[in-house]
Write a protein that binds this ligand. Structure first.
Ligand SMILES: Nc1nc2c(ncn2[C@@H]2O[C@H](COP(=O)(O)OP(=O)(O)OP(=O)(O)O)[C@@H](O)[C@H]2O)c(=O)[nH]1
Ligand SMILES: [Mg+2]
Length: 80
């Protein structure tokens, strides 16, 4: 079985979480505070099964500079 990991990266409000939802149907902004503020605060995770059984995982990171530590944690995880 093959596994692929995709990570988002980019400026706040540029549609990273919306793109993940469009691809997978999963809203990675699951916290009440994320929904109220319309921004990503913590790392989010989504997944998709592609043809031929390929397991496709997605790490969605925040873009706001205040949450750069969470962003780096997510990016470090999918670049190893
Ligand atoms: N016009 C337009 N608006 C979009 C598009 N994609 C997302 N949006 C809107 O842009 C806003 C922010 O989208 P998000 O997906 O939360 O952006 P983000 O990059 O995940 O933001 P952070 O995680 O907070 O950095 C939402 O209100 C979306 O509805 C698009 O393709 N076109
Ligand atoms: Mg987001």
């Amino acid at each position: 079985m093959k596994h692929l990991i995709l990570g988002t990266a980019g400026h706040i409000d540029h549609g990273k979480t919306s793109l993940v939802k469009a691809l997978t149907g999963i809203d990675t902004d699951r916290l009440k505070e994320e929904k109220a503020r319309g921004i990503t605060i913590e790392l989010g995770f989504a997944h998709l099964e592609l043809p031929e059984g390929i397991q496709f995982g997605i790490v969605d990171v925040p873009g706001h500079e205040r949450f750069v530590r969470a962003m780096v944690a997510g990016v470090a995880a999918w670049t190893w």
